[in-house]
Design a protein around this ligand. Structure first.
Ligand code: HEC
Length: 185
């Protein structure tokens, strides 16, 4: 009777030991890797494919969950909003995200991850665009514009970037020229 019990105990202890060693080994390996400085954090060295994929998933899920329930204002396509957004976009965003038919700026060329050229539109919903513009994206150059601009101005920007794919260089220029003078906050 006692022999199988002793065997069971030994078996359980062995399992526990394996779990404990694994639980310690993983953080130790991660710490050793980080401590070694082997990972190249330079913006001119792309992430490996798995790291890129992982960060992409993290970002996409984080934005999708946080943007749930963000309802765009009913007047998102209002020409007044689009015009105000054009003025803000030209002042704040064009150096990284460029404009229709615009040559890449030195700033845009040096960014990693790249700032998507917004003249081609995004795969995001208006609510997700609002969230990204308001809160920015950590460890990328995308700033949190909500620190300096109110929600109405962020929706103006959303209104304009959703319009931009319809514009060529001349249309962009005309939209910016039609923008109201910036309202000081
Ligand atoms: C200094 C550079 C920089 C400036 C200025 C900047 N952005 Fe960005 N933006 C980025 C980068 C880099 C990303 C990509 C972040 C990532 O990969 O997650 C980004 C992402 C975005 C996205 C998400 C696009 C997508 O397809 O996922 C939107 C929308 C956006 N920016 C809008 C704006 C607007 C509007 C402004 C101006 C108010 C602005 N950005 C100013 C660098 C910038």
């Amino acid at each position: 009777m006692s022999e199988p019990k002793a065997r069971d105990l030994r078996h359980h202890l062995a399992m526990l030991a394996i779990i404990a060693v694994t639980a310690l080994a993983v953080p130790a390996a991660v710490a050793t890797f980080i401590g070694s400085g082997l990972y190249n954090i330079g913006a001119d060295a792309p992430h490996t494919k798995p790291v890129f994929w992982l960060i992409g998933q993290l970002r996409d899920r984080s934005i999708a969950v946080r943007a749930r329930g963000l309802t765009p204002p009913a007047d998102l396509t209002d020409p007044g909003r689009v015009a105000a957004g054009a003025g803000l976009y030209d002042k704040l965003c064009v150096s990284c995200h460029l404009a229709p038919q615009m040559k890449k700026t030195d700033l845009a060329r040096g960014l990693y991850p790249k700032a998507p050229p917004l003249a081609y539109g995004t795969d995001l919903t208006p609510g997700q665009e609002f969230w990204v513009i308001k809160h920015g994206v950590k460890l990328t150059a995308m700033p949190a514009w909500g620190r300096t601009h109110d929600d109405a101005q962020v929706w103006d920007l959303v209104a304009f970037i959703r319009k931009m794919p319809d514009l060529d260089a001349a249309g962009y220029k005309a939209a910016v020229n039609a923008a109201p003078p910036a309202t000081p906050k």
